[in-house]
Each structure stands twice: as C-alpha cells, then as structure tokens.
Design a protein around this ligand. Structure first.
Ligand SMILES: [Zn+2]
Length: 227
C-alpha cells in the first residue's frame, strides 16, 4: 500500500500487456486501471513496445504459429522476472524500469517459445523411409560399393555408396526388370578414393526389379546386384 490508499500494480503491467497474467491478477489490474490515471499513463507508454515485441514473436524459426497456450511454468518465470525487476527498483520506479521489466519478460517468452518451436521441429513427423540393404558385386579391382533400395509408389530408388570408381569417369546405372526390360536410373561421375554417394531412380516397381548394374563409359559392367 502507498500513501494515497491503494497499491499500484506497476510490476504487473508488463505481464498484463503480454497476456501472461492469470485471470485473477488480470482482473485486479483492469480494476485498478479504471481508477488510476498514473498507471493508465504507464500502460499507454508500454503498449507500443509490447505490440512491437509480440509482432516479432508472431512467427517462430520454423514458420509455425506461436504457441497460443504457454505452459504454466513459462508464465511463472515471466511473472518472476517482472517482479524481480520491479522489486530492485521499488524506491525509484520509472518508466525506464517498466520497459526493462517488459523486455526481460519478452526475452523469457521468446526463449520459451523458441524452445517450443525447437521441440516441434525435432519431433518425428513421418516414419523413417524403410531401406532394403543390397549386396553389391564389384567386378573391377579396388572398388567397393554398398547399396540400399527404397520402394516408392512410382518406382525404385537405388542409394549407392562407392569408392574406387575412376575419378571423373562417367558411369550409368540401370535396373533390369524381371521381363528383361532395362530401366535407366541416371548417370554420375566417379570420385576415385573419395566416397561417392548418389540416389538414382528407375521407373520400375520394386517387385518388378530383378537386378541393377553400373556400366562405365566403355559399356563394361563394373558393379552389379541381384535384387
Ligand atoms: Zn496506480
């Protein structure tokens, strides 16, 4: 309480503007504002800052809308930040102190919301693509290769990892169908001793694919696999 018979809830104005007060405190602040020109003036001075801060928070790093219902612990932290700031400056409370409290509350809110976004973006959104490991036969010396298959609705994808293919040499991979048809899956350049990783797609369904082979520029088969 102070000399004129009521308590100015100035330490709550920042949280009030940011929507971080429980309804009981919010109602008390509203009732006080109705009768206190001094607090209305401080609220008016803080409002543009709060609006600017909330606009900054409109879209998070992942592009998702902000969490509309922050967890109670977050609200508690905002409230505590604002109270601590106000307590330190109780003897000389100024607009400057109010702005600092508001900025601190907004910083806590931003960190909390950022954490929410991070949690969402790290959450699995789809099951991992099932990979089918394939044994690859190397037909030229000093080559080493492994492959995984992915069965898509539109065809089969070969994820090839290889070392020892001639650096800069041109290679082609084709998938052979069970009926003998050939399905080109793309071309790539060898990388010598450095690991080569490429994903090649063929327009043949997994169940119709019998094998794949990789040919060099001269047409010699250098890698092959039964599927
Ligand atoms: Zn007041």
């Amino acid at each position: 309480m102070n000399g004129d018979g009521h308590e100015h809830p100035r330490e709550l104005l920042g949280s009030y503007l940011l929507g971080g007060l429980p309804e009981s405190d919010g109602g008390r602040v509203r009732a006080h504002l109705d009768e206190c020109p001094s607090c209305r003036g401080e609220l008016a001075a803080l409002t543009p800052v709060a609006q600017a801060l909330s606009e900054v928070g409109e879209v998070g790093p992942s592009g998702l809308p902000p969490q509309s219902d922050p967890p109670p612990s977050l609200l508690d932290r905002i409230e505590r930040q604002v109270r601590d700031e106000a307590h330190e400056r109780r003897r000389a409370r100024t607009l400057r102190a109010g702005l600092a409290a508001l900025a601190a509350a907004a910083a806590v809110l931003a960190i909390g919301v950022g954490g929410v976004f991070l949690g969402r973006s790290l959450a699995p959104t789809a099951p991992a693509v099932p990979l089918e490991a394939v044994a690859v036969e190397e037909l030229v010396p000093r080559t080493q290769a492994d492959a995984d298959l992915v069965a898509h609705t539109w065809g089969v994808e070969v994820k090839l990892v290889a070392t020892g293919l001639e650096d800069g040499g041109a290679y082609r991979l084709e998938v052979l169908g069970r009926n003998g048809d050939r399905f080109p899956a793309g071309a790539f350049l060898g990388t010598g001793d450095k690991p080569l990783r490429c994903n090649l797609n063929a327009a043949v369904l997994r169940e119709d694919a019998a094998s794949f082979q990789v040919r060099d520029a001269a047409g010699q088969v250098v890698l092959r696999a039964d599927l």
